[in-house]
Design a protein around this ligand. Sequence first.
Ligand code: ZN
Length: 135
Amino acid sequence: MTGVDTSGLVDAARKARERAYSPYSGVKIGAAVLTEGGAVYTGANVENASYGLSCCAERTAMFKAVSEGARKILAIAVVGKSEQFTRPCGACRQVMVEFNPEMAVMMRGVDGFSADATAKSLLPAAFNPPELSKR
Ligand code: ZN
């Protein structure tokens, strides 16, 4: 990734994964974001007995960053057991685009899987804020 120091981001996501609250699925996901200001925020998936209230690791990390004042997220690392558990869901992709369509998305599996993308490549033709301003 050009001009963005993401060293340590995957390790931070890997550590966050250990704090997942997933008594129902047993799935553990960790995420870490790097903000434009250089701060790192981590998140893990948080489940609930009312399943629909659960929140993904990616959104947990992004919401922590934004609620602390960040408005642009440069990169996010997602760590899961294997490939299928590192692919962000549609809701998380939409939130990524909100805070930077160019956001680098680093997907890593504990099993060695590795893939990189950008938020906009994961959500083509996204509904986004510039479209709202043109209405
Ligand atoms: Zn998600």
